[in-house]
Design a protein around this ligand. Structure first.
Ligand code: 5AD
Ligand code: SF4
Length: 462
């Protein structure tokens, strides 16, 4: 879904640093779902900060708790509901003044339920209503009543709001370039939760990228539900990417997520010509059988997709590819499922985000098809897909052992401060000794080992 802005397999939680702001109401913001939500939370933080609210990373110190939610699959919604129940219990038992809000993709769909039936929340704000948050928060404080704005917009891109980049480590930043999605894939709720496609003004994007570079950032990831359908007047996505790539050869550019139907020759050409446009594309296929793709309303056949991959590999040798896969979509037969396995085996993606189909209200699939693959079968098929892809990812990583890469140093690795991590041009995470390396610099690394998810390397000075 061009949502895929790679959804983390598990909803991610990002937290704000404490910002003090004594005497003001403190807001705690928690983020679920995709990178787009992380980016949106940075906009929300900026709007609130400008309006004089404090921001805290500690929910215990918060006067207002806001959950930026994801609706893409049922289990994402359930996680949010559990969290809401937790805060509601806290409010009832010991913290009557606490205000609880739901932002993002669950807002529109569940506002009546959350507000009226379940009385779980005080504030509901949809993805296009973040400028209105200070007013909503004040209204709740003044009236004691709940406050809602779930209006979707055809224009809102938050182009003029400088995100408060609490989720970034100072090296790599998200830059949102378009919002919404018009594709209406049969399984996907995003067009309903995020509304129509609209592109942000190109000049504001270029300015933001330049400012990030000037502040020391060395990588930008351009975000949108469907980035490669970007269009601002005559500026299409390939042109935008090319212009950003001219800011500096030291600035790496990535994007997420793209739709195969909009992956143009001009776009591949920019990958080929501009070394700082990373040699990596996340190109969700969703399924390996053309009949299923048609039921999914994806707008391409498996053969067309294979031809696109062949073209990308032809133009950009060594290009790294990742995908999204859905197991157990409506009517999926065992033979159709095996076509997905065959496609994964053929294409040999470096990475895949793999999901079990989850019926979403209002979608074409929910209205027209039966969700008829039994849960157990869905699970079994997903397990097979994951096992196969893990093997492929491991083999691909093993074949990297002995090769050297230019890695952008991002900072300490998850496990140890003595080790740093960074990414190759091809988006592979590498862990190496810290030495006297500085974040935000490039270093050459020789790969010495791997798992299916990570490369290990040693820094070399060639
Ligand atoms: N069920 C399962 N997976 C879904 N995705 C989108 N909608 C659904 C759904 N209803 C997956 C797609 C998309 C990714 C972000 O999430 O693979 O690309
Ligand atoms: Fe992506 Fe399709 Fe969903 Fe749009 S409708 S966000 S293209 S899966």
């Amino acid at each position: 879904m061009q949502q895929s802005i790679p959804l983390l397999e598990d909803p991610d939680t990002a937290r704000l640093p404490r910002e003090g702001a004594n005497g003001h109401r403190n807001v705690y913001l928690e983020t679920y779902g995709c990178q787009m939500n992380v980016s949106d939370s940075e906009i929300v933080a900026s709007v609130l900060r400008r309006a004089g609210f404090g921001l805290t990373h500690d929910p215990e110190r918060a006067d207002v708790v806001l959950l930026n939610t994801c609706a893409i699959r049922e289990n994402a919604e359930q996680r949010v509901r559990h969290r809401l129940n937790y805060f509601r219990t806290r409010k009832r038992k010991r913290d009557q003044h606490l205000k609880i809000g739901v932002l993002g993709c669950m807002a529109e769909r569940l506002r009546y339920k959350l507000l009226e039936q379940e009385q779980l929340v005080d504030i509901v704000a949809g993805p296009d209503a973040y400028r209105d948050l200070p007013r909503l928060l004040n209204e709740v404080a003044e009236t004691g009543q709940s406050a809602v704005n779930v209006q979707l917009s055809r224009e809102e891109t938050y182009a003029d709001i400088a995100p408060l980049r609490y989720a970034s480590g100072g090296v790599s930043a998200f830059v949102s370039i378009m919002r919404g999605c018009d594709n209406m894939c049969a399984f996907c709720v995003v067009p309903f939760t995020r509304g129509r496609e609209r592109s942000r003004n190109a000049d504001t994007i270029l300015t933001e990228c330049q400012q990030l570079f000037d502040k020391g950032y060395r990588e930008v990831t351009l975000l949108g539900q469907n980035v490669n359908s970007y269009q601002d007047g005559p500026v299409d996505f390939a042109t935008l990417l090319y212009r950003i790539s001219l800011i500096s050869p030291e600035l790496r550019i990535r994007y997420s997520t793209s739709h195969p139907k909009d992956c143009s020759e001009a776009l591949l050409d920019v990958h080929k010509r501009q070394p700082n446009v990373c040699n990596y594309i996340h190109l969700p296929v969703q399924h390996g059988n053309s009949d299923v793709l048609q039921r999914m309303r994806r707008g391409y056949t498996v053969d067309e997709y294979r031809a696109l991959i062949a073209r990308a590999r032809d133009l950009c040798p060594g290009i790294s590819l990742s995908t999204d896969i859905i197991a157990g979509f409506c009517g999926e037969t065992d033979t159709e499922h095996r076509d997905t396995l065959a496609l994964l085996e053929d294409i040999q993606y470096d990475h895949a985000f793999m999901f079990m189909y989850s019926e979403r209200p209002d979608t074409y699939a929910a209205r027209k098809y039966a969700d008829d693959v039994p849960e157990e079968v869905k699970k079994q098929r997903l397990t097979e897909i994951i096992a196969l892809q893990n093997r492929i990812s491991l083999e691909n990583n093993r074949s990297e052992i002995g090769s050297t890469h230019t890695v952008l140093v991002e900072g300490p690795s998850k496990r140890s401060d003595a080790q740093f991590c960074g990414r190759t041009d091809t988006n592979k995470l590498v862990v190496f000794d810290r030495l006297s390396l500085q974040k935000g610099t490039y270093t050459r690394v020789r790969i010495t080992g791997c798992t299916s998810a990570t490369l290990m390397g040693e820094v070399i000075s060639d």
